[in-house]
Design a protein. Structure first.
Length: 556
């Protein structure tokens, strides 16, 4: 008989996980997967997320986990990061443990909920996972969301290894419940996407549903109640600091040479350790839990002549140490040029900052060339851009095309050079509106289907309300392609959504972006540009990558 995945032992809160015919143990996984596995093991009831590199694999792991399925853990993608965080807060309100994941810029979208969840606090444990992308491997900026954690005054975790990522999430829900607040956990690209051996722990049962008894005091942020909650949040800081001070994650390592003291945050500890395989030369304070452990920091500052701060992202700790007027303390890091001001740290850049000579083992072979990214051959976005470019070149040379974020952003590059902007998700429609208001004609927007439902729909409503003369192209490949082909929230319903928002159905035009249809497409594009109101063009053809994957899967 097939072994069941789970068996519940009645005398403890633990559930034995029989996935690998053992209850738990060591397994080699990505940082993102360690986070997902830890959440499942810690009694997660729901993950809420919108895809975004480097966070996507967390939710995908839970979606593909037979145990998560068996335990009925919610894992469907949300429409955007704000809806995801609000749903996670709702699940926590009902007493269950929830995880909310996003890439760093997703926290900008969810910021309204984030800041206010810090006021209400939580009921079931809640972890908000931000995956930051220093060096912008696949992002439009490299913001460091520890600043957001400080802004919201919430406790934060920033693992230095995959094992720590696992342990922090496993115990993080309980910590969140103990403190009464959501925990912000920050990882960066290398942590999310590199693999290591991780020791897993026994599986815990999910919380039973229990709504908060004091819910009406906590969750209704009317001014009189919100003022009380803010005082509570301020008062809670002392407790957050005490917990951080005694955290097993913030560790002081003494070493013989006190001419320098080193502070590491998050993954920088890993990079430092690689440079000292035989033990540290200088005292090191490893910080992976915030608020900052002040007495440990003071000890390091008092015992060492100078301080070097190694942190991935902004100089958050370095700036705090320097303050505005602390002339006495010699602090080195990203602000004084000891390390580069932007981009990722590496073991080598850390070694250089310490004056350690670096041996280059693997020089880049000459045959390896930097290649700009490009739309796949056969992609429907190509045909859409080709037809659009021809119309604009022939009839509207002063047209401005406001772009958005997705595979189609690559239409900015040769050979198309088809878009004039790409700022944030949804901005194509609203920027085109503002430009049209200023007199730009024709003002066009090019947006993907997933980006449209993420944050384009409200901008469309603004256009409809003012009958803005604007032509919006929703380039519909029926998936969220850029992040790997996740479901897109509006698939099959885009025309209905646009009509529901108030676009005249006569000006919602669907087309199939193929070479053989160019003349028909061009005629429609021209007609709708000539229309002095809101028109929506929907070139629709499935992404060839998802199509190929489906075909392969159906042959198996
Ligand atoms: C606020 C925010 N969340 C997530 C992302 C990651 N991201 C980039 S493009 C994209 C979606 C693209 O899907 P779609 O608009 O359908 O275009 P496609 O890639 O399919 O052409 C996502 C999720 C981001 N850049 N910003
Ligand atoms: S992944 Fe899909 S949408 Fe993206 S460029 Fe390739 S075919 Fe086009």
């Amino acid at each position: 008989m097939k072994k069941p995945y789970l068996s519940v032992s009645l005398d403890t809160k633990h559930i034995v996980d029989n996935r690998n015919t053992k209850s738990h143990g060591k397994t080699s996984i990505l940082g993102d997967e360690a986070i997902a596995q830890a959440a499942i093991d810690a009694g997660l009831s729901g993950v809420y997320a919108y895809p975004g590199t480097p966070s996507t694999e967390i939710t995908e792991y839970i979606q593909n986990s037979p145990i998560a399925k068996e335990r009925n853990i919610h894992s469907r993608w949300s429409a955007n990061e704000k809806t995801a965080m609000e749903a996670a807060l709702g699940m926590s309100y009902a007493g269950k443990r929830s995880l909310c994941c996003m890439k760093h810029v997703g926290l900008n979208v969810a910021a309204d909920c984030f800041m206010n969840a810090a006021m209400s606090g939580i009921n079931g444990g809640m972890i908000i996972l931000t995956a930051d992308d220093p060096s912008m491997h696949s992002s439009q900026n490299e913001q460091d969301n520890r600043m957001f954690g400080n802004f919201a005054m919430l406790p934060m975790l920033e693992p230095s290894s995959q094992q720590e990522a696992y342990d922090m999430v496993y115990s993080g829900f309980e910590l969140s419940e103990r403190l009464g607040y959501p925990i912000l956990m920050r990882v960066t690209t290398r942590m999310a996407h590199s693999r290591a051996g991780v020791e897993t722990k026994p599986m815990v049962e999910q919380n039973t549903m229990h709504c908060p008894e004091d819910g009406k005091q906590r969750y209704i942020l009317l001014p009189a109640l919100a003022r009380q909650r803010f005082k509570k949040l301020i008062a809670a800081q002392e407790n957050f600091e005490a917990v951080s001070e005694s955290s097993p994650y913030n560790v002081y390592y003494d070493a013989p040479d006190h001419s320098l003291g080193i502070i590491t945050t998050g993954i920088a500890f890993n990079y430092l350790s690689e440079n000292y395989p035989d033990g540290f030369k200088h005292p090191v304070l490893k910080i992976t839990q915030y608020p900052l452990p002040m007495s440990k920091l003071e000890k390091l500052v008092e015992e060492c002549d100078e301080i070097l701060v190694l942190e991935e992202g902004y100089p958050v700790v370095e700036q705090q140490l320097k303050g505005f007027l602390s002339k006495g303390l010699k602090v080195h890091g990203r602000l004084d040029g000891t390390l580069q001001r932007d981009g990722e740290l590496t073991p080598d850049s850390v070694g250089k900052a310490l004056g350690i000579s670096i041996t280059e083992y693997y020089a880049k072979p000459e045959v390896v060339e930097q290649r700009p990214p490009a739309l796949c051959q056969g992609c429907g976005h190509r045909d859409m851009f080709q037809a659009l470019n021809e119309v604009l070149a022939e009839h509207y040379p002063s047209a401005k095309v406001f772009g958005d974020i997705g595979c189609y952003t690559l239409g900015a590059l040769p050979p198309f050079r088809a878009i004039d902007s790409c700022i944030d998700m949804g901005a194509s429609i609203t920027m085109a509106k503002g430009a049209a208001d200023a007199g730009v004609y024709p003002a066009l927007s090019v947006i993907g289907d997933s980006t449209f439902t993420h944050s384009g729909m409200t901008g469309l409503l603004d256009c409809v309300n003012e009958q803005t003369p604007i032509t919006i192209v929703i380039s519909d490949n029926e998936t969220t392609a850029m992040t790997g082909g996740q479901d897109s929230a509006g698939t099959g319903r885009l025309e209905a959504i646009c009509a529901g928002i108030g676009v005249d159905p006569a000006h919602i035009r669907v087309m199939v972006p193929l070479k053989k249809n160019y003349e028909e497409m061009k005629a429609i594009i021209r007609e709708e540009i000539e229309y002095k109101g809101v028109s929506v063009l929907i070139p629709r053809r499935e992404c060839i990558q998802t199509l190929t994957r489906k075909k392969k899967a159906s042959k198996k």
